[in-house]
Every structure is written in C-alpha cells, then in structure tokens.
Design a protein around this ligand. Structure first.
Ligand code: PLP
Ligand code: TYF
Length: 394
C-alpha cells in the first residue's frame, strides 16, 4: 500500500552530522549543522537556563495544558524583544503571539496564515535555508526566489528588481539577523526599502528571527526588523529560542503578528489557534517556561545576557581569525567579507564537487552549498583549516 511513495533524498545537513560523527580520523573539522559549540567543541546548557530549569521544576505543581497560546508570560517577553517594549501596538491590541514548537513550528503557522489569507506564492532569498522552501511547498504553495547576495554583501538592486515583479497577495520570507546560509544582513536602510516595497506591492512578509543576539546585541539586532515593520505597517514573525537560549531540543519558539488594526489581529488570532489545534493541539510548555523564568528574574536575565554576549564574541573572533587566515593564503579580498557578515554562517566560494573532495580527502565537513558554521570551530583549528581550505578556494 505504500508503493505509490518514492524515496526522498535525506536532509543533507542531518546526513552530514551523522557522517562526521562516524569519521574516525583524529583530525576532522565540523563546519556542518548549525549548532553553537564552545571552545571545548561542546554545546553546553547555558548556566542561566540550568538554574531557571531547576527553579521551574521545584515550583511546578501540574502538567495540565496551558492553553492554545502556551506560556503567555513567555509570549509577552518575545513581543517586547521583537517589537520593542514601548511599541504602541502592544497597548492597542494590534499584536498576537503564540508559543510554538520551535522556530519551525512558528514558520509553519506563518506560512499557513499566509495561505489562509489567499497567498499562492512565497518568495524566498536565493540562497536560503532549505527548510524555508520546504515549509512553503509542504503547504501547497509555490516558491519564488529573489536575488540576495553579491560579492559577499547584500545585493539590494537585485533583490528589489526581482521583488518588483511580485503580485498583490504574494508572501515573502525575510530573515532577521544572521542570514542562513550567507551571514549577510541588509542594512537598516535596506530593511526600510524592503518594508516600503511590501507595503506598495501588498506583499505579506514573514520575518524569521532565529539568531537574535548573535550579530551585535539584543537591541541592535532588531533594528532592521523594527524598521521594516515601521514601513510595512504589518508583518508576521517567527522567533526561535533554539540558538540564543541553547534550547534546541526543547522546541521553543514563538509566532507573532503585528497589524494595522485590532479587528484584523483578532480574526488572525482565531486562525492561528485553529492551525495549532489541528496540528499539535497545544504547544510544548517546558522550553517556554524556562525562557520566561530566565527573563522574569533580573539576575538570571543578566547572566543569560552575559552568556549570549560570550557566544557572540567567540563567533566574531573566530570569524576574524578565519577571514584573515584565508585572505593571507589565497590573496583574495573576497574572503575579507567574512568579517562583515553576522552569526554562525558564511558561504565560501567553493564548488559542490570540491566540498565532497574536502570531506573525503581532508575531513572538512560542510554541505555542498559551501556554507560553513563558524561556531563549530576551535581557535586552534584555524591555521590548518585555512591552509587546507585555501587550496579549494583559489
Ligand atoms: N529559521 C532559520 C533561518 C534557522 O536557521 C533555524 C534553525 O535552526 C530556524 C528557523 C528554526 O529553528 P528551530 O525550529 O530549531 O527553532
Ligand atoms: O541550518 C542549520 O544547520 C540549523 C539546524 O532540517 C537545522 O538551522 C538543520 C537542518 C534541519 C533543521 C535544523
């Protein structure tokens, strides 16, 4: 009975993770799946998270359902993170927020809501994180792509030219700070231009924020998103706590929307609740409870912010060292752009064929797109890695 199904190719990144673990060579480099690692090559539980979790477990009296929005205290914190604590829309009932199972659960709600609003096509950046087109297609919508990067920087003219052909009612996914896979982010002015375009063309945007705090800092990282919202007047937002709270497997995310009037948001709320009910019924509680416990307690919050800053600083220093080493080996200034990029990822100018060679011959694990996860490196790896990689980049 299952015979009509063809076999799908495995998820490239998850396959790479398994292959890296199975590789018995003593010298190997993991530039694959996007998880943060510390200088010991581990992805530890943040200390603020551990303490909040202990508090939560000690105080918890029941496991009964929280309700369709999940943890509303958590939701209120994420609203402030994204829109800013003083945003008038918060008081005017022009926002909605739901706890979701990870950033991906929130993405699913966002694209699902677009679909219910009549969207048939959704624009994604070229390149983008493969799960964006995956979610769009799984909901039966058509994927369109817009130019995104050129010479290591945001290609504003190309993006705006492609998007000028958008039709009213189309959707677009834009990534918040630390674009996956390029690390290239639009400037605040670029975000404004994108917001104006969406308003003029009546394109509904889903802003995907998965790396809040990994670029420049908690407040600064939202400048672009907030500028976009100011121009566009409305937006959907998917927010992930997987990376910035290190809560990956707890599946902790938030879906938000901001609109022009309370009526529209009230109606949208019923649809988001309906989609949640039809899929997971109620969102998971544990991760959201931890985040709320961290953010509710000034000491834990300060501790988390310091841990987040340490992750960010480490990534920036690895980025700088890798970029300098690659420039000195290749003589190519293109690789200097790595330093201007944000977050865990950058994309190297390498062919898919050479990524396979680098893996087989040199134990360098990266997906065929040439995306590298800089946060997977040790500082001591960089001289050897850069020397080996450079052979493929010149
Ligand atoms: N969006 C982007 C661009 C991502 O890179 C990720 C990464 O993991 C997510 C969303 C959502 O992650 P999760 O569902 O694990 O919270
Ligand atoms: O891009 C990454 O590496 C992370 C983790 O299907 C990830 O976002 C990778 C693949 C996937 C889900 C998450």
């Amino acid at each position: 009975h299952f015979s009509p199904l063809s076999t799908l190719p495995p998820d490239a990144l998850l396959g790479l993770m398994t292959a890296y673990r199975a590789d018995e060579r003593s010298e190997k480099f993991d530039l694959g799946v996007g998880v943060y690692k510390d200088e010991h090559g581990e992805t530890p539980i943040l200390s603020a998270v551990r303490k909040a979790e202990a508090k939560l477990l000690a105080a918890q009296t029941t496991k009964v359902y929280e309700g369709p929005r999940g943890n509303t205290d958590f939701c209120a914190h994420i609203e402030k993170f994204v829109f800013g604590a003083d945003h008038p829309a918060l008081k005017e009932n022009r926002v909605l927020s739901f706890t979701a199972p990870g950033g991906c659960g929130a993405l699913f709600l966002g694209v699902g809501l677009m679909r219910r609003m009549g969207t048939r096509r959704v624009w994604v950046s070229k390149p983008t994180w493969p799960n964006h087109p995956n979610v769009v297609k799984s909901l039966g919508l058509e994927v369109k792509d817009y130019a995104y990067a050129r010479d290591g920087a945001f290609y504003k003219l190309g993006a705006l030219a492609d998007l000028s052909t958008a039709e009213p009612g189309d959707g677009i996914i834009l990534q918040g700070p630390c674009h996956n896979p390029t690390g290239i982010d639009p400037s605040t002015d670029d975000w404004r231009a994108l917001g104006r375009l969406c308003r003029e063309k009546r394109v509904i945007a889903l802003l995907d924020v998965a790396y809040h705090g990994f670029a420049s800092g908690l407040d600064k990282d939202m400048d672009g998103v907030r500028a976009f919202i100011e121009e566009a007047g409305e937006a959907l937002v998917s927010y992930s706590c997987s990376k910035n709270f290190g809560l990956y497997r707890e599946r902790t995310g938030c879906f938000l929307a901001i609109g022009k009037d309370a009526e529209g948001i009230a109606a949208a709320t019923t649809h988001v609740a309906d989609m949640g009910r039809a899929t997971w019924s109620m969102p998971p509680a544990h991760g959201a409870g931890i985040v709320a416990a961290v953010l509710d307690d000034p000491d834990l919050r300060a501790e988390w912010e310091a841990e987040l800053a340490a992750m960010r600083t480490r990534m920036i220093s690895l980025r700088t060292a890798l970029s300098d080493a690659l420039v000195s080996h290749t003589g190519s200034n293109l690789l200097a752009a790595l330093k201007t990029q944000n977050g865990m990822f950058s994309q190297l100018p390498i062919s898919a064929e050479d990524t396979a060679k680098a893996r087989e011959a040199d134990g360098i694990y990266m997906p065929s797109s040439g995306r590298i996860n800089i946060a997977g490196l040790h500082a001591s790896d960089i001289p050897r890695l850069a020397e080996t990689l450079a052979r493929y980049l010149v």
